[in-house]
Design a protein around this ligand. Structure first.
Ligand code: MG
Length: 393
């Protein structure tokens, strides 16, 4: 098979009705998404998504050109050969730099870039990771995110019961690595938080990889040092978001003093921001999201840069099966992505996570087989798209 030019770039905003009561474990970031579908002359399609406000992304892709540095992304792609993905990515970056460059502009570009990787893979009948240079690892390894929802009046005992039951479910699903979201707001103090972490480790036993997400709990790096030191013997794999996202000096001081890997950068866009996290923030692990940081092109650059600096990348991913698939292909083509974040459909409670694309890969003994189908290896479910397509006015 061969490549053929792009004939259309369609933006599909999707929204599900809010049904979950406050405090339920629904991952609210998956209540909506924006899918980008790029089609070629032969009717082949590639899909991507961004983790960003759906209508804003749609506008940035569909907008008419304002001037040469402020262009709509779709207009730059129609009629073009999709095969030169990195060149197109750079052209979109430069063509939107007046308003884009970081944040939302890059989120929109991310969705398009993922869709191009899917389309070209399908055109060539090769899995997307081969477009990134081929497999560097023998199998995939996701970690399951365990989120008990916001506190919403619950006691710490109720919150921990919910988290530990999610641990049990993740184990049954085949995961051997999981992230416990110890997001208790001001319900408990740091001493109690330390006990909760030990409780989670005791529940999981010594052989499970346990990550911790603190959800920006501390503003003072010394408080974070105090707490993390007392958690070291619970053997957490990493400590995510201990400090405020932009407090890179604080991260550097914490990373210097903690034996636990410090990680962050889940909101970072582009390799330029990620580089700051590594050089100024001195973190061990960065967590950019493929649907926010610049797509597979940029994430692959980020992973290579981090590898050269001796750091790990463990991509963030609180979205649908499109993001999960893209992260999986990225991991396959990288040497320093030991895990990627998986919001398992069974644990997320979000319809778009479980029903937007098929098939869902099976986790066995903590591992995934390498992807083998062309492109990202997933297909949109048309009924789900029609059911949740958001009104466009
Ligand atoms: Mg996070």
């Amino acid at each position: 098979m061969t490549t053929s030019p792009i004939v259309a770039v369609e933006v599909i905003p999707l929204r599900t009705p809010k049904t979950a009561p406050a405090g339920d474990s629904d991952l609210e970031t998956i209540a909506e998404t924006v899918v980008v579908q790029v089609s070629d002359e032969h009717g082949r399609t590639g899909i991507g998504e961004a983790d960003a406000p759906v209508m804003a992304v749609r506008e940035l892709i569909e907008m008419d050109d304002a001037h040469s540095l402020s262009r709509g992304l779709a207009g730059m792609l129609v009629g073009r050969d999709p095969f030169g993905i990195a060149a197109l990515n750079e052209e979109m970056y430069s063509g939107s730099i007046y308003h884009g460059r970081r944040g939302l502009g890059i989120h929109a570009l991310s969705a398009v870039d993922i869709a191009l990787h899917d389309l070209v893979g399908k055109q060539l009948e090769r899995p997307t990771f081969e477009l990134l240079g081929g497999a560097r690892i023998p199998h995939g390894t996701p970690y399951a995110t365990l989120y008990a929802g916001s506190v919403a009046g619950r006691s710490i005992e109720e919150m921990m019961r919910r988290l530990l039951s999610l641990c049990d479910q993740a184990l049954v699903l085949g995961y051997t690595a999981m992230k416990v979201e110890v997001l208790f707001e001001d319900l408990i103090d740091d001493r109690r938080l330390v006990r909760c972490v030990h409780e989670a480790r005791a529940h999981l036993g010594p052989d499970i990889t346990m990550m911790l997400d603190f959800g920006y709990r501390w503003t003072d790096w010394r408080d974070a040092v105090w707490a993390l030191r007392r958690m070291e013997d619970a053997d957490p794999y990493f400590a995510e978001a201990p400090l405020q996202h932009d407090d890179l000096e604080g991260h550097a001081r914490l990373a210097e003093r903690s034996d636990i890997r410090i990680c962050g950068a889940e909101f970072a866009a582009t390799r330029h921001e990620c580089r700051e996290w590594l050089e100024r923030g001195r973190v061990d692990v960065i967590q950019p999201d493929v649907g926010r940081a610049g797509g597979l092109t940029e994430m692959h650059r980020i992973a290579q840069m981090a590898a050269d600096l001796g750091a790990l990348v463990i991509p963030h991913g609180w979205k649908t099966g499109i993001t999960a698939a893209a992260s999986r292909h990225l991991q396959t083509a990288s040497t320093n992505i030991p895990y990627f974040e998986m919001c398992a459909p069974e644990l997320s409670g979000a319809t778009l996570r479980s029903e937007l694309v098929v098939p869902e890969p099976q986790v066995v003994d903590g591992r995934l087989e390498l992807p083998s189908r062309p492109g990202l290896g997933i297909d949109l479910v048309p009924e789900t798209v029609e059911r949740f397509r958001a009104r466009t006015s």
